[in-house]
Design a protein around this ligand. Structure first.
Ligand code: GCO
Length: 443
């Protein structure tokens, strides 16, 4: 990929620039100060679940090094930092007693961010359900949605004036499809019917949490973060086109329709047949709460081939270390499609970035492909904004190399390299580029 010229000055003066992380992927300290175990702590002990056999016990040790990491953020000139709260850190069993020591960590993190004038964008649920709730059925148990709303209320009550934005869920598609559909993620279940029911409970929990947080004090803006993609048929064949429509319906519309149209997409319901979820009267009224923002995580498009084996995506710009096609054009295509289909609130690109097999050589990490990746996506994003899509911010995934779920530490998404033996942080060239990009756009 060639470098593309893009400047922060092209974007609105109040555009929010940030980086993103999540609790389980960076914090470590998995049983410190009263934290309860999460489903990811458990999943990591399952033989073969994590490709490199690793776990989240230490991760980036951010729990102990958060000050250094906030200094890094400040050096990068970002306006905002997106991170998640570990539910079992603040409520070890997912219900009942709060863990003050756990809240203490986020209190200190928020103070450190405020000191550096960095806005906090917090996610309540980035996949680390308290194991105690899993023992009672996890997201398959509708009661978990109510426990989630209690947790959301408490967080907003305590921190609602110190956090710019709170997202209920990060990528509920992953929780349902990877956690319950194909067992790649915790809790490691492979059962279509369960995964579809879980997706419904996640949506209900989002709605209940939104209602609870609206009733709590605090000025934080409230929304949800979805992973989204366009779905392109590999050929013009009827089978490929049908597959692409199905893919878009079951992934994007499945979460957008309930929130914005109080229904599930007909095509997906038909496809699921007997596996369609049980929906109670009034559920769509709960789910369709007004949002202050919608977070969109964009990494790739879905390439839909019904052939066996499937036709590979053309990938003229190459693929990332995850084997994901680099396809910046999909971002404006997706955003314009969403704008045409839904009454959207302001959008944030809450994740975008790439994995690369990075290594430190002579004290530096050369990652020109990542710089080109971000530039290309920003240029594409800017085109969507020129065409009228209301996007308010961009968060690069990720600040640090971290625990990439079932890939363990083998995949590096950070703009800052982490040496897991020493916990040494080294700015990659992409971090230096982002820092300068933001400095030149200084307002
Ligand atoms: C996601 C998660 C992140 C991942 C990132 C790279 O989008 O899947 O939010 O936790 O690490 O996306 O896969």
């Amino acid at each position: 990929m060639k470098p593309i010229s893009v400047s922060a000055r092209q974007f609105p003066g109040d555009f929010v620039w940030g980086t993103a992380t999540s609790a389980f992927q960076i914090e470590g300290a998995s049983s410190a100060d009263g934290k309860g175990p999460s489903i990811w702590d458990s999943f990591c002990t399952r033989p073969g679940a994590i490709k490199d056999g690793s776990d989240g016990k230490v991760a980036c040790d951010h729990y102990h090094r958060y000050r250094e990491d906030v200094d890094l953020l400040s050096d990068l000139n970002v306006d905002a930092y997106r991170f998640s709260m570990a539910w079992p850190r603040v409520q070890p069993c997912g219900k009942g007693a709060w863990n003050e020591a756990g809240f203490g960590f986020y209190d200190r993190l928020l103070d450190a961010l405020a000191e550096k004038r960095i806005d906090a964008h917090m996610t309540l649920y980035h996949w680390d359900l308290p194991q105690a709730l899993q023992d009672e059925g996890g997201w398959l148990n509708r009661d978990t949605a109510h426990r989630f709303a209690d947790y959301a209320y408490e967080v907003k009550r305590r921190f609602g004036d110190r956090i710019a934005a709170i997202a209920t869920h990060n990528e509920p598609w992953c929780t349902a499809n990877l956690g319950y559909g194909n067992a790649q993620f915790a809790p490691g279940v492979a059962d279509l019917k369960q995964s579809v029911q879980v997706s419904h409970h996640l949506l209900v929990s989002h709605g209940l949490a939104m209602q609870a947080m609206r009733a709590a004090p605090g000025s934080a803006r409230l929304g949800i973060v979805l992973n989204q993609w366009t779905a392109d048929p590999a050929t013009d064949s009827e089978a490929d086109r049908a597959l692409a429509e199905w893919e878009y319906a079951r992934s994007v519309q499945w979460f957008m329709d309930p929130i914005f149209k109080k229904r599930y997409p007909e095509l997906a319901l038909q496809g699921y047949g007997a596996d369609a979820p049980q929906v109670q009267a009034g559920d769509f009224d709960i789910i369709a709460q007004p949002l202050d923002f919608l977070g969109c995580n964009y990494y790739f498009r879905a390439w839909c081939s019904a052939e066996d084996p499937p036709r590979p995506a053309p990938a003229p710009l190459g693929t990332t270390d995850m084997d994901w096609e680099i396809y910046p054009e999909g971002l404006p295509e997706l955003l314009l499609k969403l704008k045409a289909e839904y009454p959207l609130p302001p959008l944030y690109i809450t994740e975008n970035g790439m994995a690369r097999a990075d290594a430190v050589e002579n004290g530096s990490v050369r990652d020109p492909e990542r710089i080109a990746f971000v530039q290309a996506h920003l240029a594409a994003l800017h085109r969507a904004m020129c065409e009228g899509v209301d996007v308010r911010g961009y968060f690069l995934w990720s600040l640090l190399d971290n625990f990439e779920w079932n890939s363990g530490y083998a995949k590096r998404f950070g703009i800052v390299h982490v040496d897991y033996q020493t916990q040494r942080r080294t700015l990659k060239d992409s971090a230096r580029w982002y820092r300068d990009f933001l400095a030149h756009g200084a307002r």
